[in-house]
Ligand binder design. Sequence first.
Ligand SMILES: Nc1ncnc2c1ncn2[C@@H]1O[C@H](COP(=O)(O)OP(=O)(O)O)[C@@H](O)[C@H]1O
Ligand SMILES: [Mg+2]
Length: 258
Amino acid sequence: MTDEPLLRVSALSKFYGSRVGCENVTFDLWPGEVLAVVGESGSGKTTLLNCLSTRLLPSSGTASYRMRDGQFRELYRMSEAERRFLMRTDWGFVHQNPADGLRMTVSAGANVGERLMAVGDRHYGKIRATAVDWLSRVEIDEDRIDDEPRAFSGGMRQRLQIARNLVTGPRLVFMDEPTGGLDVSVQARLLDLLRGLVTGLGLAAIVVTHDLAVARLLSQRMMVMKDGRVVESGLTDRVLDDPRAPYTQLLVSSILQV
Ligand SMILES: Nc1ncnc2c1ncn2[C@@H]1O[C@H](COP(=O)(O)OP(=O)(O)O)[C@@H](O)[C@H]1O
Ligand SMILES: [Mg+2]
């Protein structure tokens, strides 16, 4: 256990011209904690996630990340090279559309091995063995290792994307609607798998979803966004069982009608 957060976010805002992307978002994320960011389409979830993962620069506000050496670093003051290094090693980013996070025309094994090589692994046999191990951890048969992801189903692609992200042992994973594009039956299985991996590895994660069931299953804490602002946050069970903001009450009751 550590008594310091992994990520500290303060008054983060992103405007697209005069349009609000997200506004004045403040929170701490603790090691091993899964935070769900929920809200309807257009509420600013993706904007916030992209700012946090430095894929987008905010208009104002700060975010500091506790590096492996224990030092906090201000994300938006890092050099491009330092940010890229973080993204390749200490962080993962799982896109809703697996094609955005995979190389579709290289083999499944290479998709996983590539991330290892990016952190300096050079031993082919070891890389291959680790790739095999990770494929099995995401329930992909070893005999598919030389197949390209474009030959995979949507669920398999998403599982491969997860393996590619987790193989380097990241401490923080960003996920944007990780089950969003999948059939309901496939979603349930993927969610189960994700939950097992996140818990088993003690990963911290920020999971964007419009699906409260995903938030319930994966997260300990959640933030509800509307029009770019956080309207409610708290422990997931508390927010879902006893929503306080009128907007959260609406969200929770509308899910019950489905
Ligand atoms: N590249 C962009 N240019 C202009 N406006 C954008 C851009 N991306 C998002 N927005 C606007 O910012 C707001 C938040 O969008 P977004 O972060 O995509 O929300 P969500 O992920 O919750 O659907 C919306 O009003 C959206 O139209
Ligand atoms: Mg979005």
